[in-house]
Design a protein around this ligand. Structure first.
Ligand code: FAD
Length: 183
């Protein structure tokens, strides 16, 4: 996996998702963070040229950035959004789970993990008591995920302030704590 930030604001993350398949994400700020002017325009097809112009002048030497982006079969563009925590996720027999309940910036790489934890807590609560368990699920998970949304927003806001040394420390701690490094 590679994560590269340049002198400008563009950031590139790329990682293999199969024997000869790479997923890449180019994060490019195009406006000050704030409410979207219209509906979110999800998964709009984009061209390689459009993406590459944000990486003009990048020369990673060891990594063929124009080749990676230029040879991509599909490129999709979408806004990076989060949302203020909701006061409730539903009523009666209706609730929300995952991104529908707590969309967050992906800087913490934990939106999907939070959806899985939602599912686990929901299943436990419903096994205990249906439909009253829905309220227990919501109060447990709404509090926890609100904190994660706030933490991710803060991480996104302060991304420029994090030093190379701090990033290294976070990466090493993560690898150690998750067993990602085998000795
Ligand atoms: C760039 C990026 C990197 C990320 N990296 C990570 C990471 O490393 N780790 C991590 O944990 N999370 C990560 N996430 C977040 C993660 O992708 C989401 O949090 C997760 O996919 C949310 O799952 P979900 O099932 O709630 O919603 P979704 O994955 O959005 O699934 C909702 C599904 O419902 C379908 N749908 C919508 N409307 C209808 C309808 N009316 N009828 C039928 N189907 C419908 C949609 O097509 C979609 O398939 C990342 C997100 C982004 C954008």
């Amino acid at each position: 996996m590679i994560l590269v930030r340049g002198g400008g604001k563009a950031e590139l993350i790329a990682y293999p998702i199969g024997p000869s398949l790479v997923n890449w994400v180019a994060m490019v700020p195009v406006a000050e963070p704030g409410p979207l002017p219209g509906d979110a325009n999800w998964n709009r097809p984009a061209s390689a040229q459009e993406v590459l112009r944000h990486f003009d002048g990048w020369d990673l030497g060891w990594f063929d950035l124009p080749g990676l982006i230029g040879n991509s079969a599909t490129i999709l563009e979408y806004p990076m959004v989060d949302r203020d925590p909701l006061p409730s996720w539903g009523e009666g027999r209706v609730t929300l789970l995952g991104d529908a309940a707590h969309p967050m910036y992906p800087v913490g790489a934990n939106g999907a993990s939070q959806a899985i934890v939602d599912a686990r807590v929901l299943a436990d609560e419903l096994a205990r008591d249906f439909p009253a368990g829905l309220a227990g699920y919501e109060s447990t998970r709404r509090k926890a995920t609100s904190a994660v949304v706030a933490a991710n927003r803060e991480m996104q806001r302060t991304v420029d302030e994090r030093s190379r040394r701090e990033l290294l420390r976070i990466t090493e701690t993560y690898r150690r704590d998750t067993g990602a490094v085998r000795s």
